[in-house]
Design a protein around this ligand. Structure first.
Ligand SMILES: NC(=O)C1=CN([C@@H]2O[C@H](COP(=O)(O)OP(=O)(O)OC[C@H]3O[C@@H](n4cnc5c(N)ncnc54)[C@H](O)[C@@H]3O)[C@@H](O)[C@H]2O)C=CC1
Ligand SMILES: O=C([O-])CC(=O)C(=O)O
Length: 261
């Protein structure tokens, strides 16, 4: 039997890690066939490095008939391409999960996947524990929250940044609201919050707070859920966002594994 055809959307930091993991033997069942990026020179260079086709648009990518398409690009890419990918017969692995904060879009994508007998995999990204969140939510209504710690400088170029943040000496709360409100303000920084919410109490009902912490490096998330019988607290620290790329490798392994976690 031939290998499973994998296509990538995005040719930046995270998909470079995914493509290298494939090269290094972590995904022996797959072959990388194509990549789609926004910048044609970067896309061509990526394709050359990894021995696959550089595509100029989503139709060219789908013309390669991928079995799995893994996205590490942007919320906009998921909004624009998800339905085309699923209608084209590919499964979809998503990191820019923030796109699914829009319930109507989420339902549409879900129905499109079902109609095509394909699946959308929500990668655990920089967090995890979705199994216990989903299990607890089956047993009783649950409350859910996610707290994030970020370095003040990592908030630059977002509405939460002020120059004073660079001088704080103690942690400062910079956001408190729902995960749906958080992703609207920070579309590239809190995809994890929407993934957590979708697995637990939903984007409108899962609360989020974000703290800027002086001298902090990396990201730290604390997920807390409370049901009638189950309480869980999950703390995940990551020094870089590489964890998100490796979570895609884990999804791709699990999708074809004889034993499924
Ligand atoms: N769920 C999670 O835990 C995490 C999710 N992310 C998501 O992953 C995305 C990618 O992260 P990085 O690789 O670090 O970013 P990056 O900036 O290094 O690479 C992004 C790539 O996507 C491409 N791209 C963006 N929009 C596109 C579009 N509409 N069509 C085609 N290509 C497009 C860009 O050309 C670039 O090649 C982030 O924007 C974020 O949404 C990132 C970190 C963690
Ligand atoms: O890397 C992280 O900490 C998470 C992130 O960017 C996201 O959720 O979009």
């Amino acid at each position: 039997m031939g290998k499973i055809k994998l296509a990538l959307i995005g040719c930046g930091y995270l998909n470079e890690i995914v493509a290298n993991a494939l090269k290094d033997g972590y995904l022996p069942e797959y072959e990388l066939i194509a990549v789609l990026g926004k910048d044609s020179n970067r896309t061509k260079a990526f394709a050359e490095r990894h021995g696959c086709k550089a595509c100029a648009d989503i139709d060219e990518l789908m013309g390669m008939k991928p079995d799995f398409t893994a996205e590490a690009a942007s919320v906009k890419a998921i909004q624009e391409y998800s339905e085309t990918i699923l209608n084209g017969g590919s499964n979809l692995v998503v990191l820019s999960i923030g796109a699914f904060a829009d319930r109507e879009f989420y339902e549409r994508v879900k129905n499109t996947a079902a109609q095509n007998k394909r699946r959308v995999y929500i990668a655990s990204g920089a967090v995890g524990g979705f199994d216990v969140l989903r299990t607890a939510a089956l047993m009783s209504p649950i409350t859910a929250s996610i707290g994030a710690q970020k370095a003040p400088a990592s908030l630059k170029n977002t509405p939460l940044f002020t120059n004073e943040l660079m001088d704080i000496t103690v942690p400062q709360q910079v956001f408190s609201g729902t995960t749906k409100e958080a992703i609207a303000i920070l579309p590239t920084k809190v995809n994890v919050a929407i993934a957590t919410a979708l697995a637990s109490a939903g984007p409108e009902n899962t609360t989020m707070n974000i703290k800027a912490v002086p001298g902090f490096k990396g990201d730290e998330y604390k997920i807390e859920i409370q049901g009638e019988e189950v309480r869980a607290e999950l703390n995940i620290y990551s020094r870089t966002s590489a964890i998100a790329a490796w979570s895609v490798v884990e999804v791709l392994q699990n999708a074809v594994a004889p034993i499924v976690f």
